[in-house]
Design a protein around this ligand. Structure first.
Ligand SMILES: Cc1ncc(COP(=O)(O)O)c(C=O)c1O
Length: 438
């Protein structure tokens, strides 16, 4: 093993691996050899503080010993089993997920990841209502499968629009308001009025569900204004439309609560999860189903299934992850450290550095919106974002960069000392970027 180098791993990758969302010819992927907690390292021994949680999924950190032991134990006992059979790990995983869900949710349907979980939630909504259309937000990401990518609002949808029955609406985002709003209340009311009009124009009786992220993540960590989610629920109820909350990124501790929906009074009919449920140690996702929808399927066929629905290795990792998160106070840590020193530190960076237009977030789910001009809010150009990303990585901080934003999304276990270390690197690099602007 000692003769493995970063170069060998990178060459192997470039010769044989086809990457997601990329022009293949220009890629130079970073090599990761191992990790523990909030840290990763390469074969040359260079360490990185992971402020990306990879794709915002390693909520419990890298290589948690109890989760690894549970996967190993399950592998010894039974590595795979058909979804039609009853399996202990699957039942235990579903029970634990339901224990964290709001009251009134009865069962869990397991999938391989977040996209196919959204796919199946939309299918359930269509089956229950007998309606076709799904409304979802332009500022959203719901995954890269047939209907999930078409439900997605961001531009990755456009080359992939092969599913039918989807319409979109603008969701609230005051900093870049699509409604000319001057404050959160105006943004909320105007966004709801816009949604009301979209529902009317799309035909309320044709709409099966409104699908929305509890906190849109990839779109920029957009905390919905007070009253928005409740307003969406009310509009849906007026027309017999179901509500699906996508908690794939926001769920399982990320926002400082088990589910981000706990920040609102509105309850959905279906909750979609993946990522943080087992920190991605084994691919897994699913749909948490309300009692009412469960009852519908008591005597109606569900036309859906997957060979690996409730795969035992994934299920064992969910059981161990959720138990460890409870025992170790991981969600409480995300709340305390995320809403405490992390949020305060980011506010300070926003005050100190001209390149920061806004910081927003909850728990360990934050975004720094970078601008070339605070007055016009012009997004920082891609070339400048590239320089910032390279400088952060060179200084040992692995960031999650999307468009003109740095998403600050460390694992939920991040310590105060690690937050201080990450903020110090951000401070230096944002200071250099602000100086280049001047
Ligand atoms: C909110 C949301 N939904 C769905 C997905 C898709 O999940 P997956 O990539 O596991 O299919 C993602 C992935 O980033 C997401 O952030």
């Amino acid at each position: 093993m000692t003769d493995i180098s970063n170069d060998i791993v990178q060459q192997l990758d470039r010769q044989h691996v086809f990457h997601s969302w990329s022009t293949q010819g220009s890629l130079s992927p970073m090599v990761i050899a191992g990790g523990k907690g909030c840290r990763l390292w390469d074969y040359a021994g260079k360490e990185y503080l992971d402020f990306s949680s990879q794709l915002v999924n390693t909520n419990i950190g890298h290589q948690h010993s109890k989760v690894i032991a549970a996967i190993q134990a399950q592998a010894e006992q039974l590595t795979t089993v058909a979804p039609a059979h009853a399996n202990l790990a699957r039942g235990e995983a579903a029970k634990r997920i339901l224990a964290r869900a709001p009251a009134g949710f009865g069962k869990v349907f397991f999938t391989n990841a977040g996209a196919d979980a959204n796919e199946n939630a939309m299918r359930m909504a269509r089956a229950v209502t007998g309606r076709d259309k799904i409304l979802s937000a332009y500022r959203s990401y719901h995954g890269n499968t047939g209907a999930a990518i078409v439900a997605t609002g961001d531009p990755r949808r456009v080359p992939n629009e092969f599913a039918r029955g989807h319409a979109h609406f603008f969701n609230p985002f005051l900093y870049r308001s699509d409604f000319w709003a001057g404050n959160e209340e105006e943004e909320c009311q105007r966004a709801l009025q816009h949604l009301k009009r979209v529902i009317e124009c799309e035909g309320p009786s044709a709409i099966a569900a409104i699908l929305l992220e509890s906190i849109p993540g990839t779109a920029g960590v957009l905390i919905p204004p007070k009253g928005y989610m409740e307003g969406v629920r009310k509009l849906a109820d007026q027309h017999g439309i179901l509500v699906i909350f996508d908690e794939v990124m926001a769920g399982f501790g990320r926002s400082g609560k088990w589910f981000a929906l706990e920040h609102f009074a509105a309850k959905p009919d279906l909750i979609v999860f993946a990522k943080g449920v087992n920190s991605g140690y084994v691919p897994a996702g699913g749909v948490i189903i309300s009692d009412e929808i469960c009852r519908h399927f008591d005597d109606h066929m569900f036309f859906g299934g997957l060979t690996y629905s409730g795969h035992p290795l994934a299920m064992a990792s969910i059981v161990a992850t959720l138990d460890a998160m409870s025992e170790e106070g991981v969600v409480e840590n995300a709340d305390r450290v995320g809403n405490g020193p992390l949020a305060a530190g980011l506010q300070q960076l926003a005050q100190q550095h001209a390149v920061v237009g806004e910081t927003r977030g909850l728990g360990v789910f934050h975004a720094l919106e970078l601008v070339s001009d605070r007055a016009t809010r012009a997004p920082l150009p891609a070339a400048e974002m590239g320089k910032i990303k390279s400088a952060l990585i060179a200084k040992g901080l692995l960031p999650f960069v999307v468009e003109n934003r740095i998403h600050v999304v460390p694992p939920c276990i991040v310590s105060e000392a690690e937050v201080a270390e990450g903020l110090a690197i951000l401070d230096t690099v944002l200071g250099e970027a602000s100086a280049r602007l001047a």
